[in-house]
Ligand binder design. Sequence first.
Ligand code: GAR
Length: 214
Amino acid sequence: MIRAVVLISGRGSNLAALLAASLPVEFAAVISNRPQAEGLGHARRCGIPAIALDHRDHAERAAFDAEVMRHIDACRPDVVVLAGYMRILTEAFVDHYAGRLVNIHPSLLPSFPGLDTHRHALAEGVKIHGCTVHFVTAQVDHGPIIAQAAVPVLADDTEATLAQRVLAQEHRLYPMALRWLAEGRIEIVEGVVRLRGAAASQALFAPQLPGPCA
Ligand code: GAR
């Protein structure tokens, strides 16, 4: 069993997927920078300590991150899991958890870092979109990639339909990646993730891609 702390900002559907996945992970706490985040209620219903902090109480980003770090470190986690945590992190935060800080992002990184990924994907006319689980580095939505899931972009997609298709894959991908972490299947070699065992062939899901090869 590894110990994890999950950081969220809102709905918490990725958190729910992680909690439902029977992972060999002890979830020590869920922390939100938004006290009204729905995911906090879900954590409490699952018996996991839920900590509501409010970034608006701190004038400085560094002071808020230090407060979050105090709460995280009190839990002594092996891994810190960002699951829809919509904050730009200070370098001090990222450095402190280097190699044990993971994130899920709703695009096939390095394409479309930042916000509104589905809108950008539609505007660019990409035919494949998806999501990425990666280690976090100081650069926003960047860092060694653990696993990705690809979905088709359909001609009649809206932001909402595309987001829904990607989110369904997020809910499969993040539990899988966290399981690999818990099982010690992941190492970073020269900035690139190397997966051991079965994980090595499963790091890309492309479940619904149509096309001449399908
Ligand atoms: C998810 O789509 C996640 O990938 C995204 O926020 C959403 C949170 O949903 N994260 C980012 O954009 C981080 N850059 P959830 O609260 O229902 O898990």
